[in-house]
Design a protein around this ligand. Sequence first.
Ligand SMILES: Nc1nc2c(c(=O)[nH]1)N[C@H]1C(S)=C(S)[C@@H](COP(=O)(O)OP(=O)(O)OC[C@H]3O[C@@H](n4cnc5c(=O)[nH]c(N)nc54)[C@H](O)[C@@H]3O)O[C@H]1N2
Ligand SMILES: Nc1nc2c(c(=O)[nH]1)N[C@H]1C(S)=C(S)[C@@H](COP(=O)(O)OP(=O)(O)OC[C@H]3O[C@@H](n4cnc5c(=O)[nH]c(N)nc54)[C@H](O)[C@@H]3O)O[C@H]1N2
Ligand SMILES: [Mo]
Length: 772
Amino acid sequence: MSDNIEKPSKAGGLASVQSTIKHVLQSKRAKDNIKNLLRMNKSGGFDCPGCAWGDSKEGHLQFCENGAKAIAWESTEKKVEADFFAKHKVSQLRKQSDYWLEYQGRLTQPMSYNKQTDHYEAISWADAFELISRKLNQLSSPNEVEFYTSGRASNEASYLYQLFGRMFGTNNFPDCSNMCHEASGVALNQAVGVGKGTVVLDDFYQASAIFVFGQNPGTNHPRMMNALRKAAKNACKIVSFNNLKEVALEKFASPQSPTELLTSAATKISHLYLTPILGGDMAALRGMAKHIFEQHNQAINTQFIEQHTHAYQAYQQAVKQTSWQSIEAQSGLTKAEIQQAADIFIQSDKVISCWAMGITQHSHSVDTIKEIVNLHLLTGQIGKPGAGLCPVRGHSNVQGNRTMGINEKAPLDFIQSLENFYATELPKQSGHNVQAALKALHEKSSKVLICLGGNLASAAADTEYTHQAITNSELNVQISTKLNRSHLLVSDQALILPCLGRTEIDMQATGPQQITVEDTFSMVHASSGLTPPISELCLSETAIVANMAHATLSEKTGETSINWLHLIEDYSRIRDLIAKTVTGFEDFNQKITQKHGFHLANSAANLTWRTQNNRAQFNPSALPTSILADCYSQQKKVANDKAFFMLQSLRSHDQYNTTIYGLDDRYRGIKGQRNIVFINPDDAKKLNLTESQLIDIHSKCDQGISRKVTGFSLVFYDIPAGNLAAYYPETNPLLAIDSVGKQSYTPTSKSIPVTICESKDHLSIQNQTSQE
Ligand SMILES: Nc1nc2c(c(=O)[nH]1)N[C@H]1C(S)=C(S)[C@@H](COP(=O)(O)OP(=O)(O)OC[C@H]3O[C@@H](n4cnc5c(=O)[nH]c(N)nc54)[C@H](O)[C@@H]3O)O[C@H]1N2
Ligand SMILES: Nc1nc2c(c(=O)[nH]1)N[C@H]1C(S)=C(S)[C@@H](COP(=O)(O)OP(=O)(O)OC[C@H]3O[C@@H](n4cnc5c(=O)[nH]c(N)nc54)[C@H](O)[C@@H]3O)O[C@H]1N2
Ligand SMILES: [Mo]
């Protein structure tokens, strides 16, 4: 570990409170934002746009440091108005950093790109909708448009959005899930018949062991830390599998505990902390099962297996055939460490497994998640209180978006339900996911890109390819709160449509509206903004979608079977349509009047398996021969190169995905920089590289294209040999568009094969300076 960085001894505590206050003050709307924080995640208040963790019924304050950053960022008084765009050409704006772009403030009026002047210019809403309608109706096929969604959009907005897209004639619904938890949905659907987690928040307080795989909740789900802390205090054993020693998973101080806030006291979180090498979790899980078969047959729940499962023998055989040698080599853990974890698993009567991006963003993620399921089926740890599977979702309504039909391959019964109710025929063939959408735009077979939130340009892999793909669109429509790179990749027509954020009052003809969201525990509840909108010219996402649909579909058919503009006068009308067409939403409007909303039943949690043979499936896959995505196959020999590493791209404590709040990563001891790479000091020494030295990183998936990033500073860190870590999105240029997970098509953002070398660009700069 480096002497230069100061990693704190605990997460949370006073430093969290200080950081919260700093961000609230910086927003210049401190009074509004204090009011916002007090009503956040509470009945009658609004749902935090930070993450999808569920709301607790306990305690007075329901916000965390990073939730406070998210709302302070949204609820700022800084504005980007027409004069800003008059001052800056788009080509000039493109030279600015993502941080600078978003820092300019909130978008306040619709803008249209003028390619003659290279400026965005004000446009009326009516003209903007007319332009969209005209362009869409000129396409030679409805499949020439891509409807992207980021996971913040409400149930109401996303329901109307998918209905619009399908009525227009396409299933092209790429969404942020395709880059995130897609593998969880695929694996869980196949294994247990439902693509969602099987536990609720209360299960965390009943569990006797909680396994946390590939997740950094201290930064990305800070409210989960309260649940882990409470569980740990209740003698629940927490086991972390993480490539890095994340301080919050070691020790956490609750800002709501006076002792932990004001002294050095903290709660020890992990009972056991294992650091597998990148992509090594499947092997580790396989090893846990092997230990159970070899030494603890009594822990195998034969009754559960007989009653509920399929393919047990094949799985048992697969475990037998996996050698300890391959398990140790692929996991980077010792047999003894794996046995220790397995012992905790089987000594606990109720076990929950949680996971996030460290599991889902690999080539073999689907199999890894199935391996988690295998262990739970083997021991019957599912479908009982305090036990089950918990993919911890990212964006606050990403799960709800899928439930509402934002899905390029929505189940047939979902589409048929819409067809029956709306008495119309809808497309059934699969549409584009993010990778397919970018490829279609790149080759110009797709011509229009509409983004309901997010920042596809910076979030997606293969930056140069992605930028070209978005630039190729003939019309690029971005529905957003803040300026970002996706607005600047334009060549022909483009629109910036500014929308309200979660914190703002959504006033429609019948009064202020509520929206609804679904959290990671399938709890659906209402959210109401509290502060006045930043500008009278901002519309709600729901209203923007309805107006696009109204303009486009009435132009297409002369009339539409849906009165879109009537629906948005009162969002309960949209919820009535959802109630009639989406399973589990009967009496929707009535159910959201309950204080904490309602729970969508989960069949697997009720031991009902909606799989082909109505049984939960063991997965007998062998360990992958290589953890690299298929597109790297020709590169495998480079693994012998001593400058070869596996790189993971991850989040700092001061960012929300592509939104950078600041340049610190407090829990890892990093201050004021983002272009850094964490490296094991022994690896660096072998290459004669020193701390803080600038290096270049070359991706090993060339496919004839050189992918590299330059001038990254080395940080000596406690990280397994052969692995590197650096921040996303700065490292996205290294990820080839074809480097995706099997069956999930998710970019393999946590296993990028690279080589590193002393920075040549830096040397040339040094040489230049010395010559001057
Ligand atoms: N403040 C804040 N909150 C957020 C977000 C944000 O950017 N900022 N993003 C939101 C979104 S969309 C999402 S999806 C979630 C993301 O939440 P996380 O999944 O926690 O996000 P990452 O930063 O990608 O962290 C991945 C973690 O997995 C570990 N890891 C990486 N590879 C491996 C591996 O192969 N094995 C194991 N065992 N560990 C591994 C890394 O060391 C790191 O701790 O957070 C959501 N919440
Ligand atoms: N290398 C690498 N790449 C990754 C990842 C990784 O770990 N490594 N993680 C992936 C993951 S998990 C995800 S989810 C994606 C994230 O991909 P996205 O969801 O596309 O990206 P965000 O950064 O969350 O989007 C930020 C933008 O959303 C807009 N915005 C914010 N709030 C609102 C709102 O309320 N309404 C609307 N309409 N717009 C709003 C703002 O304009 C802001 O600029 O990135 C993925 N990319
Ligand atoms: Mo995500």
